[in-house]
Design a protein around this ligand. Structure first.
Ligand SMILES: [Zn+2]
Length: 192
């Protein structure tokens, strides 16, 4: 009984340490300041939980989107629905970062995508480049923000996933803390 308890304790402790270790990996913000969120991780949407952060882009397309850490492009996709134009970067830390609803990609990625689209005579296209083909350093420009796919307005949808399982993690655990500088305002006071 005592042994079973000890094993359970070790498992719980192990999981805690794994989460803590993962959260120690640093990622940079994928766009420059100001960092204003219009959606956060885990929010309930009509038929799913929101799997990342939505960064506001001043109501416009055209903000530069940057690699959150050094990595290589594992997947790019162009689609009229869902994530629209999206880049997936894999990182040595064991994570994948996702940059969705882009207006367009880095010129080298655009060239790669364009030639595949012309060859297939199709706009909808999903490509999985070899791991060494398109590498970026953290902070490198990888694309331009947009409003493509199922987006309801210009913004950047950003995710951090476990690379192996592709299960999304809470990006706020990996980024510098976002400062909340807006004081709360008391609204309606209800007396019971
Ligand atoms: Zn989103």
């Amino acid at each position: 009984m005592l042994k079973v308890f000890n094993i359970q304790l070790l498992l719980v402790l192990g999981c805690f340490l794994m989460d803590f270790a993962q959260a120690q990996v640093n990622f940079a913000f994928p766009i420059d300041t100001p960092h204003v969120l219009s959606g956060t991780f885990g929010e309930l949407r009509s038929n799913h939980y929101h799997s990342g952060l939505d960064f506001k882009t001043d109501g416009k397309e055209g903000r530069t989107v940057k690699a959150a850490a050094a990595g290589w492009v594992s997947r790019i996709k162009m689609s009229a629905v869902g994530f629209g134009n999206v880049i997936y970067l894999d990182h040595p830390s064991g994570h994948t970062t996702v940059y969705a609803h882009l207006h367009h990609f880095h010129p080298e990625l655009m060239k790669f995508m364009d030639s595949a689209q012309y060859a297939a005579e199709s706009f909808e296209m999903e490509l999985f480049p070899d791991s060494g083909r398109f590498s970026f350093l953290g902070g490198d420009d990888i694309g331009i923000s947009g409003n493509t796919g199922g987006s309801q307005g210009p913004h950047l949808h950003f995710e951090i996933r476990d690379r192996q399982t592709q299960v999304p993690k809470n990006p706020l655990l990996f980024l510098s803390p976002l400062m909340d500088t807006i004081a709360p305002i008391a609204g309606v006071l209800t007396l019971f």
